[in-house]
Design a protein around this ligand. Sequence first.
Ligand SMILES: Cc1ncc(COP(=O)(O)O)c(C=O)c1O
Length: 469
Amino acid sequence: MFTQIEAESAISQARAETERRTPRQPARLVSQFSRSFALYDEAKKHLPAGASSNIRVYAHDPFPILFEKGKGSKVWDVDDNEYVDLLSSYGAIILGHSHPAVLQAINRQLQNGTMLGTTTELELEVAKKIQSAVPCAEMVSFANTGTEATMEAIRIARAFTGRDKILKFEGHYHGHHDYVLFSVESPSIVAGLEQAPSKLPYYPGIPDGISRTVVVAQWNDPVSLERVLKRNANDLAAIITEPVMGSAGIIPPKEEYLKSVRELADKYDVLLIFDEVLTGFRIAPGGAQEFYGVKPDIACYAKALGGGTPIAAVAGRQDVMGMIGPGKIGYGGTYNGNSMCLAAANATLDELMRDDGAAFKHMHLTGAEIMEGLRDLMARHDESGIVQGIGPMFQLYFTEAKKILNYRHTLQSDFDKFREFRNLMLRRGVYIHPDGTERMMITTAHASDDVELILSAAEDSFRELQKAN
Ligand SMILES: Cc1ncc(COP(=O)(O)O)c(C=O)c1O
């Protein structure tokens, strides 16, 4: 740890750095967060880049804020600053932090062990709850993360069709395995034509051979999709898509778009995988497939399913999921379906489904209120921009563009200004991820007093931005 003198010197260096990078951000930003800064500095010596997941530090100039605890819609950082949380653990804590039903379920399960290493009755109970909520879920398999779920889904699709290639869309993120790390955040200069995006590895370390198994199309554009399908249909196992794009802010599908994706998948005889890691158990009890009335062949879940614990699921058609089994494909994982996470998932699903899905109605209303409020404030402060989303997940783009329908359109946004706005919000007690390609997310715990605080902080922040620009 730092001595007092070292900490002061480190803080003054960071303050100079803050002023250099974001001249409109006063040095107060650092002193309010001195322990975050000191811990991050220490973390960089022990964890590559200072974190166990890049997104926790990338874009957090000059340093990330480190949280210590969360309750309901609020989080507290290590300097004891309190925030309304619009990160919501990247979508995982759908009931808010430390929800009593989730904590009780975990505590109860802990008395019988964290994991048992066989199939359990609890596993069946949770699988049945997923089946009753999710239209495509004739069978369900558990995993631990969204990354594992999409990896397994792709393997199942390949085994079912006997084909190797998958089609993904530019700007979509499906986790951290090699199969899908292409054209996630392509720089515009090398991204190719909007309608025919280039295929680019996200970063080094992805074998060239894997690249030959991926083709890329533009999202929200059936013409681009059909062009790529026509050329590759004989080799394609599946189309994988986020049904609501959540990796470049939030971009809902155009009306009827998902229906055309389904039709084109059928026409070219390829499977359709919905990556519902963000949308599942968030935008409707049955996720995007219920919300938009389009049934995929396979769907992947994580995040909200576990209410803040690491559990994921692959769900799908019986014949397709039936590829898993002796003499067919393996499906492995020491921790798959571990009892502690299943207990949390069980409690989370009960809370979400009670009272005829009142939790979803609440999140949609709350999200709509925040979006409407932000739009109104932007207009009143002469800020050009777009606020868009689906109820519990939304994003604000500072842009002159009239619409944002795909990743390309987001490239016209002013992400530096977004970060400036975010830092102003931070100082007013609202935590937003600093990277404008992330998103704001709420939980069932966000209530009208949070909306008030968010909009009043936004009003002040827009005013300050306006003065500074
Ligand atoms: C749509 C989508 N798919 C997959 C993943 C990967 O999930 P995980 O981080 O649990 O591996 C994410 C993570 O953010 C995601 O947003």
